[in-house]
Write a protein that binds this ligand. Structure first.
Ligand code: UFG
Length: 328
């Protein structure tokens, strides 16, 4: 298939693009490099430097015909979405609608969209199923949910075949692609930076949650398993329908458990400090991915947290070595 991957210079987008190329697909990456890195775009993909909102129509016309679009490009920091909502409504929603219009105009009928667990907000019960109420607690989740609603109506009215994948906490690395953000806020890469001595310590945001050890619990999914789900979603998309799937490992780990696993995998002890809760953080987020298993035939292979951390560690260490050996 010939595929447009928006956000293919970012973390998940670059891993999925790598996987699609391995499977023999042709990949064109559209990315404005606002948060991604040009080096992350896998060799073998064509790269177009541009914005989703302004440039998708032109790319679909000039580089097509395309069989499908995988739309990763988005703003995705919960805290920033609270302070700068305009960035999120424009970057995620206005640009997302432009992408849907451009697809209809160009006759591209298949979309795989990166949605998020943040669309559910604070869950009534875990594991979270797709029929759970959607009540996002921040603009990031609200903008992703808004696009999910738009996709449903475009699917019904225009015959789009769409699949939204609601990711829980994505981690790990695959094929030389991993987490490498200019501004890092995610737990595992930050802990590994502390292990490398690139930051003085790791802060635990809150030890008074109603969980076994008092720290927040999350469901960490290996990015390679996530990539496999995108491939299955592409195959499953059906004209006129919008399907939604949660993707996680189905198991929750506390912040303390993640830190302990990182210490064990790296063999390095590093300082840990206790800090206040981070605003907007739910206590426990765990996915039910049963629907993806039943309907897509998804079979996650790397559900062991030790493996997730080991793969992230290999990538982070290589990244640290490259940064330190680069000419200044
Ligand atoms: N945490 C710390 N210290 C840190 C960083 C994070 O204790 O230095 C804690 C957080 O408070 C949270 C957990 O580690 O309890 C995981 O935090 P992350 O920032 O790694 O991930 P989030 O759960 O906040 O966010 C992820 C995705 C979002 C998505 C959200 C919804 O990154 O895009 O899940 O489920 F919206």
């Amino acid at each position: 298939m010939r595929l447009l991957v928006t956000g293919g210079a970012g973390y998940v987008g670059s891993v999925v693009a790598t996987r699609l190329l391995e499977l023999g697909h042709q990949v064109v990456v559209l990315d404005d490099l606002s948060t991604g890195n040009r080096e992350a775009v896998p060799a073998g993909a064509e790269f177009v430097h541009g914005e989703v909102g302004a440039d998708t129509a032109g790319v679909l016309a000039a580089h097509g015909p395309f069989d499908a679009v995988l739309h990763f490009a988005a703003m995705s920091l919960v805290g920033e979405s609270v302070t700068d909502p305009d960035k999120y409504w424009h970057g995620n929603v206005v640009a997302g609608i432009a992408l849907l219009d451009a697809m209809c105009e160009a006759g591209v009928g298949t979309l795989v969209f990166s949605s998020t667990a943040a669309t559910y907000g604070e869950p009534d019960r875990v594991p979270i199923v797709e029929t759970a109420p959607t009540a996002p607690t921040n603009p990031y989740g609200a903008t992703k949910l808004a696009i999910d609603h738009a996709i449903t109506s475009y699917a019904h009215a225009r015959g789009l075949g769409a699949v939204s994948l609601r990711y829980f906490n994505v981690a790990g690395a695959y094929g030389g692609a991993g987490e490498n953000r200019v501004v890092e806020t995610h737990l595992i890469p930050l802990v590994l930076q502390a292990a490398l001595g690139h930051r003085p310590d790791i802060a635990i945001f809150g030890t008074d949650y109603p969980t076994a050890d008092g720290t927040a619990v999350r469901d960490y999914i290996h990015v390679a398993d996530l990539a496999d789900a995108h491939v299955l979603a592409l195959e499953a998309a059906e004209s006129g329908t919008h399907r939604i799937y949660n993707l996680g490992s189905g198991e929750g780990f506390s912040v303390r458990e993640v830190i302990d696993t990182c210490k064990q995998v790296t063999g390095i002890d590093f300082p840990v400090r206790i800090a206040e809760r981070r605003a907007g953080d739910p206590a426990v987020l765990i996915a039910s991915s049963q629907r993806a298993v039943d309907e897509l035939g998804w079979r996650p292979q790397r559900t062991d947290l030790t493996q997730v951390v080991a793969d992230a560690w290999e990538y982070t260490r290589a990244l640290g070595e490259r940064a330190h050996s680069a000419p200044r």
